[in-house]
Design a protein around this ligand. Sequence first.
Ligand SMILES: [Zn+2]
Length: 54
Amino acid sequence: MGQIAKDIIKGRCCQLCCVYFKEEHGYPVVCKDCYSDMDKEEKKNYQLAKHKEL
Ligand SMILES: [Zn+2]
């Protein structure tokens, strides 16, 4: 497993576009931009990030 994969699992970066956050979430998340591009059905499968992007 690569570093990016670990960072995604830890919620250190967005699981779709890999932008990094100021703090780790502890679970996989997507950033605001990716989240706002999703429709209602897709949003059920993803957690929106709580921390700001770097
Ligand atoms: Zn993203």
